[in-house]
Design a protein. Structure first.
Length: 385
């Protein structure tokens, strides 16, 4: 069975795939086109399924140690009224671990720390790949050529490998939303661990970190490629008058620290996550909107499932077939649910529709709300040898 892999993309999914493949005895090279690993991306929430995947990869304990559990918070209106309250303790009792918040840079670093430095090929972009014989693939980079038994395409929502493998696929589509986000420069006095606030066609949320700082994000319904000369000033303008601690979060953020990205998704599902000896993983396979907080968790599930399938299957082809069969139905179902959650949340703009949704949320029993959340968090990872 093959023992050499090239992982294209050094994000969460690509690094996790590399960790998993090395745990089952493969030699791995991670090719990342960025010339420096600045780990931009603000913060991330990890649900039970993502944390269990990290446990199986051997980094779960370290991630928990760098995270802050999300026990308090919920969803609010712009004036501050509560639509739903988070019962983090109940979620923890149900699945054995709390949702946690962590800076994306910290998660990246912990995954990289699990890999030898020579595994990472930084500042090198894939320019070609082709089969070169039975069970072998040649990957051409700008400055080197790599031969491997497997290529893992983890190169994000705009995946170049995906477009080559599926030239007829329409590719990523703009979801109708754009997100501005940042991490505060200093600790902010927060009463909750996690909040979302829904207005008309707009959302503001925060994730509290272990060190007292926080990540915030503002999601707006805007056309693709809309940009602002001063993003932080624009967020202040649009969310002026919204409840505390939104003003404090913005005041604690440097203008140059604000990130701005359109929210794109693979609205047309891929017919397969495998083509020959190439496996697609994470956003390259199933980019979804962020409304369930499951994008990174699904990539982590992919990584563990891929490694487990290759560890136990008699051939690489059989392992890849199992990976596709196990991951495609679940990840695509989560992507559909995330899209629907956005339509009923941030994307909802008509005043009457917003009022009806808010009333329904206030009347929903907390036990039912907890079960709805757990629907996506409950997942048991396959065991790695």
């Amino acid at each position: 069975m093959g023992r050499t892999a090239v992982v294209v993309g050094g994000g969460i999914g690509g690094l996790a795939a590399a960790v998993g493949l090395r745990r089952i005895g493969w030699d791995v090279t991670v090719v990342e086109r960025a010339s420096s690993l600045d780990d931009a991306g603000a913060g991330i929430s990890l649900a039970a399924n993502g944390l269990r995947a990290l446990d199986e990869l051997g980094v779960g304990e370290a991630v928990r140690g760098a995270s802050r559990g999300q026990y308090s918070g919920g969803t609010r209106t712009p004036r501050g009224g509560w639509l739903t309250r988070m019962d983090g303790a109940a979620l923890e009792r149900a699945v054995g671990t709390p949702i946690t918040g962590i800076p994306r840079s910290a998660l990246h670093q912990l995954l990289r720390d699990s890999l030898p430095a020579e595994t990472l090929l930084i500042g090198s972009e894939v320019v070609s790949f082709e089969p070169i014989g039975p069970g072998r693939v040649r990957v051409g980079c700008r400055d080197t050529v790599l031969d491997a038994d497997l290529v893992v395409a983890a190169d994000g929502v705009g995946s170049g490998l995906r477009s080559r493998l599926f030239p007829a696929h329409p590719g990523p589509a703009h979801s109708g939303s754009t997100v501005l986000r940042g991490i505060t420069e200093r600790p902010v006095g927060l009463r909750t661990d996690f909040e979302l606030t829904w207005g008309q066609g707009a959302e503001f949320g925060h994730i509290a970190f272990q060190d007292g700082r926080a990540e915030w994000h503002a999601v707006l319904s805007l056309p693709a490629r809309t940009r602002f000369a001063d993003p932080l000033a624009e967020v202040r303008r649009r969310f002026h008058g919204w409840h505390d601690p939104i003003p404090a979060l913005l005041d604690a953020t440097r203008p140059e620290a604000v990130l701005h990205h359109d929210v794109n998704e693979l609205r047309t599902p891929l017919p397969s996550y495998v083509v020959g000896r190439v496996a697609l993983l994470g956003d390259a396979a199933h980019a979804m909107t962020p409304h369930l907080g499951q994008g990174a968790c699904q990539a982590l599930e992919d990584a563990v499932t891929l490694a487990a399938a290759l560890a136990t299957a008699p051939t690489v082809e059989a392992g890849l077939a199992r990976y596709d069969a196990e991951r495609r139905p679940r990840s695509q179902a989560v992507a559909r649910a995330a899209r629907q959650a956005g339509r009923m949340g941030q994307r909802l703009s008509h005043p009457l529709a917003v009022a009806l949704r808010n009333t329904a949320m206030r009347l929903t029993p907390s036990s039912l709300a907890t079960r709805m959340i757990l629907r996506h968090h409950v997942w048991t990872p396959p065991q790695l040898p």
